[in-house]
Ligand binder design. Structure first.
Ligand SMILES: [Ca+2]
Ligand SMILES: [Ca+2]
Ligand SMILES: [Ca+2]
Ligand SMILES: [Ca+2]
Length: 140
């Protein structure tokens, strides 16, 4: 079966997820399809995945981060981590004041035996091993 394409029809914009391995020409667009702040051109040049908002080099971020992913699960979305200057790939590098989504990591960054998720829920400082002690003392 043949499909006749009518040239008089308006061209529709279709967003297709493409395979970076099929890129054979220089990428000249400045689009950032996954919203991680790194243009597709830079992602392809640097070997990260232009369709995965958790695959990028922070040093390559040149445009606004529009994704809302939290790649390391520390409760701070990547966009806010980059704005804060913390590492979006390190669940122990974040500003507790910037936590806006559920903490999905199960790290205990200060080593006090209470996970960061539980510390944020309890209101103690996940970066201060003495913070949980104070919280317990307050209830005694
Ligand atoms: Ca990108
Ligand atoms: Ca990416
Ligand atoms: Ca994060
Ligand atoms: Ca802790």
């Amino acid at each position: 079966m043949e499909i006749q394409i009518q040239q008089t029809e308006p061209i529709q914009t279709i967003h297709v997820v493409y395979d970076p391995s099929s890129v054979t020409l220089a990428v000249t667009s400045m689009v950032d399809c996954d919203g991680d702040g790194v243009t597709d051109a830079d992602e392809i040049a640097n070997g990260t995945d232009p369709n995965d908002a958790c695959s990028y080099n922070v040093a390559d971020v040149t445009v606004a981060v529009t994704s809302t992913v939290d790649c390391d699960g520390d409760g701070v979305i990547d966009a806010d981590e980059i704005a804060d200057g913390t590492d979006p790939n390190d669940a122990c590098s974040y500003d507790p004041a910037s936590v806006t989504v559920a903490v999905t990591s199960n790290v205990d960054c200060d080593g006090d035996g209470v996970t960061d998720a539980d510390e944020i829920a309890a209101g103690t400082d996940p970066n201060d091993a003495c913070s949980i002690m104070l919280q317990i003392l307050q209830y005694q």
